[in-house]
Structures are given as structure tokens and as C-alpha cells.
Design a binder for this molecule. Sequence first.
Ligand code: CMP
Length: 138
Amino acid sequence: MGNRTFTMIKPDAVANGHIGAILEKINGAGFRIVALKMTRLSTEKAGEFYAVHKERPFYGELVEFMSSGHIVAAILEKDNAVEDFRKLIGATNPANADAGTIRKLFAESLGRNAIHGSDSDENAAIEGSFFFSGLEQF
Ligand code: CMP
């Protein structure tokens, strides 16, 4: 492995009409879209997805935001996918993100930061399987 990552276009970027521009940036950076779906998370499902952050002070706000509107989930393929994708999206806080990164271009704030990217190969596999069946991951 090492060649796949998982991403979610978050409710702020979907509501602001940035799905097309973000997918174009992703393709333009050399990622192949393996799986793609638009859906909406219930508060229960959002809480489950972000369970690792359960003890953080921002957990409630995060779960509320992530279930506030539609999201676009995708599995992406490229050599060195996890690391290269995190470079493409930029720092978690858009105020600290480099020029040209997806968060610099489209994110509103630390909480409403437009897009998610997995932080390890292991989490990419877990997060991809949260949204997509085995058959959908070819
Ligand atoms: P992401 O890395 O996709 O997943 C965890 C999210 O928690 C992160 O993006 C931020 O959007 C969010 N987050 C991190 N720190 C804070 C914070 N201090 N307040 C609100 N949200 C935060």
C-alpha cells in the first residue's frame, strides 16, 4: 500500500459550491479518484468517524459541523498518497496554510476547514472502509 488516501470535502466547501474546483485540484495534482460519493452524516455517524477526538474540547463542535450538511467522500490513489495529499490540502488551520493549497483557497476557519485528508496509511484504509464497501474500492 502507501498509494491510497481518503478525503472528505466538508459541509462548508460543499455549501459554498467548491466541489468541482476541489476535485479539479485533486485530479490536477495527479491523484486518481478510486471511489466517490456525496452523502450526509448523522450526528451518530460523525461522532463515530471522529471517535479519536472524543476527549478534545472541540469534539462536540466538530460533530455538529460535520453533520450539518452534505459531504463528498473519496478514496484517492497516487504514489505517496497520504503525504502528498496533506501537502496539497495545507495546514489544518487555513491561516497557516501555504498559498495555493486547498485550505488556503477554500477554507473558512480551523473548524470549517473545507477538506479532510487521512494522516496515515492505516487510517486511510479505516476511513475509506467507513464509507465504501470492499467492492466499491477497486
Ligand atoms: P481534520 O484534521 O480533518 O479532523 C479533525 C478536525 O478537527 C480538524 O480537521 C479541524 O477541522 C478540527 N479542529 C481541530 N482543532 C480544532 C479546534 N481547536 N476547534 C475546532 N475544530 C478543530
